[in-house]
Design a protein around this ligand. Structure first.
Ligand code: LMR
Length: 341
């Protein structure tokens, strides 16, 4: 009996001690909070540099309460796996290209893949920061994902081991694409054979001849060394490559409000930085490819580019059922309002 009382007494003391600890220690998540930010491109690209800038600002603004670990170049996950990992909470932040949301069930993002739909960077900025951009980001919520920002890369060029000047020059070639049905329709409109493949596998596929060519902005082509295994590239600038910076919603909404506010502020500044550097990074990459002498760059005249525009125009109506004819109409209206036609 005595023993029991003693045991009870100790238990009561332990409980009191526990309560005292609870009363004095603020309830906080374990710190530092780690944000794993995984991406598939090289560190020295607009996205890679944007991620590093976010890390620097986030750690500084939260005074070290948040630690951001950036994993570039598919070191952690490839394209498809990274989205699954985000939903499972194995990583907290990603910046997949807008072309990679289709397999997740958010096919409306593929509107950004429609050829020649976004003639200028200013127009892209207008769309992304306006109602269309907001509507698209809100579609991610039902997938357990929160969209934080749109990031930029640039306009894509075609590359292959034969000279490409006219749309017909791609006929019969196996061309690697991202996992977008709009890109698939684009390649079929050119009589090419689209092959969906993870970004991290492209260099080897080009080197071994599994595919004949691909499309990407200069910055990705150069930093993945694709120019070493592609003899020609043509500045069609037919499509846009941009990103949505996304987080796992459960993780994001579980953060203390002051931490979240600091991270939002870091993201705002990192986004401005990323947008600022994208164009120059691509210009520098094009110059570096040219200087390497490995890939011959074919520059199109406005008349030559108009032929590509005409050849790819049918893609717009072909994919309307998938991405939504209302959003395409809105974009056409926006183009007119921006004085683009
Ligand atoms: C690609 O797969 O070609 C690009 O989306 C890679 C990237 O993230 O820029």
């Amino acid at each position: 009996m005595k023993c029991l009382f003693r045991a009870r007494g100790l238990a009561a003391l332990a409980l009191l001690g526990g309560l005292a600890t609870i009363a004095v220690a603020p309830v906080r998540a374990q710190e530092p909070i780690v944000i794993k930010f995984s991406h598939v491109v090289a560190a020295d690209t607009p996205k890679g540099r944007g991620a590093e800038r976010f890390k620097q600002l986030a750690e500084q603004l939260t005074k070290g309460r948040v630690k951001v670990e950036v994993y570039p170049n598919s070191t952690l996950y490839k394209d498809k796996e990274e989205l699954e990992a985000l939903q499972l909470g194995s990583v907290q932040m990603l910046a997949p290209s807008l072309a990679k949301f289709g397999p997740l069930g958010v096919k409306e993002f593929e509107v950004f893949d429609i050829p020649y739909m976004f003639p200028t960077e200013a127009f892209l900025g207008r769309v992304e920061s306006g109602p269309i951009g907001h509507k698209l980001m809100s579609k991610l919520e039902s997938k357990g994902i929160t969209g934080l920002a749109f990031w930029d890369n640039g306009f894509k060029v075609f590359s292959a081991n034969k000279p490409i000047e006219r749309p017909g020059d791609l006929k019969g070639l196996k061309l690697r694409i991202q996992s977008s049905k709009v890109l698939e329709a684009q390649m079929r409109a050119l009589d090419a054979i689209p092959q969906v493949m993870a970004f991290g596998d492209v260099y080897q596929a080009l080197q071994t001849g599994v595919v004949d060519g691909t499309e990407n902005p200069w910055s990705n082509m150069y930093t993945q060394k694709m120019h070493e295994v592609q003899k020609y590239a043509v500045d069609t600038y037919h499509g846009y490559l941009g990103y949505a910076v996304i987080v796992n919603t459960k993780f994001w909404s579980g953060l203390a409000p002051d931490i979240r506010a600091a991270l939002e502020s870091a993201m705002k500044d990192a986004t401005a930085f990323e947008h600022e550097i994208a164009r120059k990074d691509n210009e520098d990459a094009m110059a570096a490819i040219d200087k390497s002498g490995r890939t011959k760059i074919i520059h199109l005249s406005p008349e030559q580019r108009a032929v590509w525009v005409k050849a790819l125009l049918p893609v717009r109506s072909e994919v309307a059922g998938r991405v939504g004819s209302d959003v395409i109409e809105e974009l056409v209206k926006e183009q007119a309002a921006a004085g683009l036609h």
